[in-house]
Design a protein around this ligand. Structure first.
Ligand SMILES: CCCCCCCC/C=C\CCCC(=O)SCCNC(=O)CCNC(=O)[C@H](O)C(C)(C)COP(=O)(O)OP(=O)(O)OC[C@H]1O[C@@H](n2cnc3c(N)ncnc32)[C@H](O)[C@@H]1OP(=O)(O)O
Ligand SMILES: Cc1cc2nc3c(=O)[nH]c(=O)nc-3n(C[C@H](O)[C@H](O)[C@H](O)COP(=O)(O)OP(=O)(O)OC[C@H]3O[C@@H](n4cnc5c(N)ncnc54)[C@H](O)[C@@H]3O)c2cc1C
Length: 666
């Protein structure tokens, strides 16, 4: 952190105003003091390594140079991480990724190795397969990715075209990409980094198709890194963001792999070609469930980064006058600015709390599956789908809102907000496209509604549907508990409407599938409303628990944030509440006042709240958001690093401009 002398005076004043213990909130936000201290220790090591510091900002490098730089840094990071893990504790994924961003400035080309390749071996491999591949993968003797999506299909997994045909004579699978559209397309690290892949392919035995299975395939020689025979591999080129993720394409031509390379924890192929079906074919999709759960945490982190930048900038930036003859005010004092930014802080806490809850549910399901119990799998799938969809979408919208809240300077690459937006918006699509995942949840909600009508017991996350069937709703109260109930009424109402819409189309003679498509706008709205009800409920209940052991100062700000989140969404969806709950116009007027009061309560703590995210300057990498608030100095310093500023006259003047000006006619 910068010394107090150099810190911008507005930020110094803001920090003096703060009414709570910032460190205590950091510990709560991060899940415990031990996690914060572990991260800080590791950050101190990583950010003191000279080789990880940039001489030229990454953004001025070419596509190729950026990739090479990211590999160089990722190797240093991986070594530091492994050494740290041996001496201290194994670091959690959040810390590894957060610190990685700070060094690489974008996505690590090892992201898929560390985030999906290892997890798939762990979750889908037999104990023998784990024993063979895990140590090599963890030590990075083999580097891999998760190669599922193809040029032609990403969403509809049953439509994937890559084939793995079992040859009973040699006890091998033969991999082929029969069409252009069957080429793998997108996997991170696939372009030029990895030598192994987990490949999703259609399994064929004796001409019979058994659906999607996962296979461990070596694609490059470990010594020369040359593609192995039959492998056509490369990089897919620049994208909106994720520039250093090294996303690639891959095609197979009669590539043979041994039988033992099919991941066989769930389904098996025996030597003689006998196919043994596992407990549930959807368990093949298990890694995706884990990553969808993790994306809720990613969404919290990405918002925290954007909020830190935008709130600190809004404290430093003065523009316009509220009253004539008075100094220009900090833009953070405009209520509209608070409206844009405080919801970002609150949302980050909402998602972080929800992630903790969802991850616990995930671990429980994994434990149950180990005992052969799969009762809660559909509920987990439904929750992870809609929460991934809603949190990633909200995170992209909020990051963009933060960027816009920084005016022109938010458009500067050096603010880091464009790159953070690139990260956030990618997550709306990857690991299951937004609408598609909402529709998966809607499938579950339709079944739940049917069960509620039949008086059956429902899973906890949808048990509110039973209440909503009771006709005598209590009169509205403007308390958080009651507003959460209101969101549940909205969700139940939309679920019911979507259900009836399908029924109406079916009664009119449509097939169920066509009726589903005709009702699908209503279905995604029902799914979104369900997500919001879950987010508000979990955030409210989770905050009560967190506050119970917190100091009064921290408990108070947590209460302000959770109330702000709930009231914000009540006002955003006021039309829905009017349609589906007992809220009145008078209640809404009271909520509007309450919302403004909450903004005023949060205002003195705004900078303290983003400081509590404890994101180091190296991670923020932002001219607008650093701890010391030297915004204008940094903007100018960064501009001076432009290669165009390294010479007084660029050669293009002599080559093009001057002759052009000479030839120009009046
Ligand atoms: C741990 C560290 C984390 C690090 C984070 C790393 C971040 C990495 C950053 C970027 C990486 C990005 C990687 C990728 O994008 S990998 C590719 C991801 N691809 C997808 O997500 C594809 C999306 N499509 C699907 O998941 C499915 O095809 C589908 C949309 C769900 C539809 O599948 P299908 O057609 O087979 O199924 P149905 O619709 O017919 O449904 C049949 C029943 O199955 C149930 N189902 C489906 N999926 C699951 C599942 N995963 N688990 C449990 N159950 C599932 C479904 O609900 C249906 O049930 P029902 O009872 O209604 O019949
Ligand atoms: C940055 C990034 C990294 C990625 N990394 C990987 C990786 O490492 N490994 C990997 O295997 N994949 C990866 N992917 C691929 C990613 O998982 C897919 O792009 C994603 O699942 C969406 O699939 P799609 O591209 O086929 O979209 P599409 O399904 O083609 O979506 C296009 C449109 O069609 C709509 N649509 C499609 N189906 C339906 C439906 N049934 N009902 C209603 N609407 C529908 C969608 O809503 C969307 O609006 C990555 C993608 C990105 C952007």
């Amino acid at each position: 952190m910068a010394s107090a002398l150099k810190v911008n005076k507005d930020l110094v004043r803001e920090r003096q105003k703060c009414t709570f213990d910032v460190k205590e909130l950091t510990y709560i936000w991060e899940g415990g003091r031990e996690f914060t201290e572990e991260r800080q220790r590791y950050e101190n090591i990583v950010y003191s390594v000279k080789e990880l510091q940039d001489e030229v900002p990454e953004l001025y490098l070419s596509h190729k140079e950026r990739y090479e730089s990211s590999i160089r840094k990722a190797c240093i990071l991986q070594r530091l991480q492994n050494e740290y893990g041996k001496k201290h504790k194994v670091l959690n994924t959040r810390t590894i990724r957060l610190v990685g961003y700070g060094a690489i400035r974008d996505i690590s080309p090892f992201l898929l190795h560390n985030g999906m390749f290892i997890q798939t071996i762990e979750g889908q491999g037999t104990p023998e397969q784990q024993a063979e591949w895990m140590p090599k993968a963890q030590a990075m003797q083999i580097i891999g990715t998760y190669a599922q999506t193809e040029l032609g299909h990403g969403t509809f997994l049953r439509g994937l075209e890559t084939t793995a045909t079992y040859d009973v004579k040699t006890e091998e699978f033969i991999l082929n990409s029969p069409t252009l559209t069957s080429h793998k397309w997108w996997p991170g690290g696939l372009g030029t980094t990895v030598n192994h892949c987990i490949v999703a392919a259609q399994l064929y035995i004796n001409g019979k198709k058994h659906g999607i299975h996962l296979f461990m395939v070596q694609i490059r020689d470990l010594e020369t890194h040359m593609p192995l025979p039959g492998i056509n591999v490369g990089e897919i080129g620049p994208k909106l963001g994720f520039q250093t993720a090294n996303n690639g394409f891959l095609g197979f031509k009669n590539v043979r792999i041994p039988r033992k390379n099919m991941l066989m924890k769930n389904n098996q192929v025996l030597n003689d070609g006998t196919y043994v079906k596992g407990m549930n074919e959807k368990l093949t999709y298990g890694t995706m469930v884990l990553v969808r759960v993790s994306i809720v945490s990613d969404a919290a982190n990405v918002i925290a980064r954007a909020a830190t930048i935008a709130v600190r900038y809004a404290a430093v930036r003065h523009q316009s006058q509220l009253k004539a003859n008075e100094p220009e005010v900090q833009i953070l004092d405009y209520l509209t600015q608070q409206h844009k930014l405080f919801i970002a802080i609150a949302t980050s806490h909402a998602f972080s709390t929800t992630y903790g809850w969802l991850y616990k549910a995930y671990l429980q399901v994994v434990e149950d599956l180990g005992k052969g119990k799969q009762d809660h799998l559909p509920e987990l799938h439904a929750l992870s789908c809609c929460l991934k969809a809603t949190c990633s979408r909200d995170s992209a919208a909020i990051v963009e809102q933060c960027r816009l809240a920084c005016g022109g300077h938010g458009y500067m690459a050096s603010s880091s907000l464009p790159i953070v937006y690139g990260l956030a918006t990618a997550s709306v699509t990857y690991e299951g496209e937004h609408t598609v995942l909402l529709l998966q949840t809607a499938r579950y909600l339709m079944k739940a509604w049917q069960m509620a009508l039949q008086g059956k017991v429902l899973a906890p996350s949808v048990s509110y549907l039973v209440d909503s069937l009771k006709s005598n709703k209590q009169s509205w109260q403007n308390t958080p508990e009651f507003i959460v109930k209101g969101f549940q009424h909205v969700a139940a109402g939309k679920i019911k409407d979507a259900f009836h819409a399908i029924q109406k189309h079916v009664k009119a003679g449509k097939d169920y599938e066509d009726a589903w498509n005709l009702a699908s706008v209503q279905l995604i709205k029902a799914s979104e409303a369900h997500s919001r009800a879950i987010l508000c409920d979990v955030f409210w209940r989770g905050t009560i628990i967190k506050s119970s052991t917190a100091s009064p100062g921290v408990a108070a700000v947590l209460d302000h944030l959770v109330q702000l989140y709930i009231v914000y969404w009540a006002l955003e969806t006021v039309g829905d509440l009017l349609l589906y709950s007992n809220i009145t116009k008078e209640d809404i007027a009271v909520l509007k006042v309450k919302y403004e009061e909450l903004l005023a309560l949060i205002r003195p703590n705004a900078v303290g709240l983003v400081d509590a995210f404890d994101i180091r300057d190296e991670v923020l990498n932002s001219t607008l958001g650093s701890y010391d608030g030297r915004v204008y100095e940094r903007l100018m310093e960064e501009a001076m690093k432009s290669p165009l500023n390294q010479e007084p006259v660029n050669q293009s003047f002599h080559k093009y401009l001057k002759p052009f000006m000479k030839r120009a006619k009046l």
